[in-house]
Design a protein around this ligand. Sequence first.
Ligand SMILES: Cc1cc2nc3c(=O)[nH]c(=O)nc-3n(C[C@H](O)[C@H](O)[C@H](O)COP(=O)(O)OP(=O)(O)OC[C@H]3O[C@@H](n4cnc5c(N)ncnc54)[C@H](O)[C@@H]3O)c2cc1C
Length: 504
Amino acid sequence: MTQHYDLIIIGTGAGGGTLAYALAATGKRILILERGGYLPREKDNWNPEAIFQDHKYQTQEQWLDRDNQVFSPEAFYNVGGNTKVYGAALQRMREEDFGELQHYDGVSPAWEISYSEFEPYYLRAESLYKIHGIRGEDPTEPPASAEYPFKPLHHEPRIQQITDGLENLGLHPFHLTLALNRDEDYPAQRPCIRCDTCDPYPCLVNAKCDAQVTCVDPALQHRNVELLINTRVTKLITDASGTRVTAVEAEKEGEIIKFTADTFVVSCGAINSAVLLLKSKSDRHPNGLANSSGMVGRNLMLHNHSALIAVADQPNDTIFQKTLGVNDFYFQGPNQNYPLGQIQLTGKAKWNRLKAFMPDSVPQSSLEYIAKHSVDWWLTTEDLPRWENCVTVNSEGKIKVDYQANNLKPHQDLIDIWTNYLRKLDFFLFFAKKMPIEVGWHQAGTCRFGSDPTKNVLDLNCRTHDVENLYVVDGSFFPAMGAVNPTLTIIANALRVADHFKNQ
Ligand SMILES: Cc1cc2nc3c(=O)[nH]c(=O)nc-3n(C[C@H](O)[C@H](O)[C@H](O)COP(=O)(O)OP(=O)(O)OC[C@H]3O[C@@H](n4cnc5c(N)ncnc54)[C@H](O)[C@@H]3O)c2cc1C
C-alpha cells in the first residue's frame, strides 16, 4: 500500500510535534508517523513506584554503551516524545552560547546563526508553550523583545526562605521558567494544580505543555494533517541517484507499510534520528543516508547532570518544588574563570525516588526522613561536542551509544560550590549522584547544522546537505548546547524551519 503526501514528519516530540503544528494551517497534506501510542492517562501517571521502580512508561529497548554493556535508556516513545515526562523548565540559550566559549576542557564551538536571529522564534516558542517567568530576574538571561506570557509560579514558603537566604549571600536566584497550563491569577481556570508529581511524571490532567497537548493535538484539528501511531519508520528509501528520498518504510503491527511524499522530516530525537539515517544506507549512501561528511551520529552531547539531595533539620513541606534556579556560576565560579553551569530545583524527591541514590541497606524509615527534610537540586554542566562520542548501529541492528563524558572538572566544581552555599543555609547532609548513561534526557548534536557540507550533516535550514528533500528537525542539529535545558531551542528551531518551508 502506498499513499502520497506533501510532507511526512517522523516523530512527534518537541521538534516534530512543533513543526507539524506550525505547518498545519498551510493546507499541506501532512502525515505524521509515530512509533509509540498515546501515553495512557491513568492513576499510575502519578504513582512514584510506577515511575521510579517499574519504569512503566519508558521503552523496553536495550542499548549498548561504549564497552558494549547493555543498558536500559530512559527514553519515551509516545505521542509527544520525551516531553510527555519532561520537567517543562524551558529556557533560552544564553547569547554567549551562540558564540565560541572557552571551557575547562576545550572550546564550545560557535553557531553559524546568531542569537538575534533566533530571538523572534524563542519569543514565539515561549508564547506557544505558555512560559511562566519574570524577564530580567536571571542576570545571565539574553535580551528579549517582550515579557514572558505568564507570571511565574510562586515559591512555596520553604523555597522562598531559601531564595531569601541565597539573596542574602549575594546570589541572584530566579523563578524557573516553566511551560505549564496554569494562570496564577486564575488557577481554577487552568488545569495545573501544582502537584508533587510533575517532574519527571506524565501529567494526568494534561496541564504540562508537552508536545502532544500543545502541538500535535491542535495540529490534528486540521483535516490536512494525519497521525499514524504505533508506526515505526525503519528505512528511508531514495531514488537511483540518491539525491531525493522517495519513500519511507514503516512497521505497524507486524506489517510493513510504505509512504511516499515530496518532502521528509526526521524528528526521532538526536539518537534515533541518527540511527534511522545510519540504517537507511544504500549503494549511493554506503555509510548511512546523508552521511558523506561522516558526521551522522557523531558529536553526541548529553550534558553532565547531577542530582544533589540536601538535607536540613528543618522539614521541607513544599509540594510543587521546581520553582527556583540559580545561574550565578553559569559563566564562571568564585575561583574558576571557566563556565560551570546551571543549578535548578527538581521535583520533590519522595522516598521511593531516593532509593536509587542510597545503598539497599538504607531502611525505608531513613529514606522517609531524608525525603521529608531534603531540598532537591539538579546541576547541569555543558559537555563539549567530540567526534569520538557517537551513536552507531551494530551488525545485529542494536543501538550503541559510544559516549564518554567530558568537562567534568567544572561539574564537580559546581557541586562543591553549591554544597558550600547550602551549608551556609544550615543544610548538613548531601547526597550527590552524577547521572549515568541511562539518563540521556538532553541528547543533541548527532546531525549538526552548518554551511560546510564536509563538516556538517545539515545546512542552516536543517536540510541535509546530501539529500535535497530530507530534513532533520529535533535535538540533532545543535553544534553546541550550552548548559541550559535544550528543549526551548529545539522548539524555536522547529518554528524557524517551518518558516523556511512556508517561504519556499
Ligand atoms: C524525564 C525527562 C525530563 C526532562 N526535562 C526537561 C526539562 O525540564 N527541560 C528541557 O528543556 N528538556 C527536558 N527534557 C528533555 C526533552 O524532553 C527533550 O529535549 C525533547 O523532548 C527532545 O525533543 P526531540 O524532538 O529532539 O525528541 P523527542 O521528544 O524524543 O521526540 C522524538 C519522537 O520520535 C519518535 N520516534 C523515534 N524513532 C522513531 C521511528 N523510527 N519512527 C517513528 N517515530 C520515532 C519517538 O517515539 C518520539 O515521539 C527532559 C527529558 C526527560 C526524559
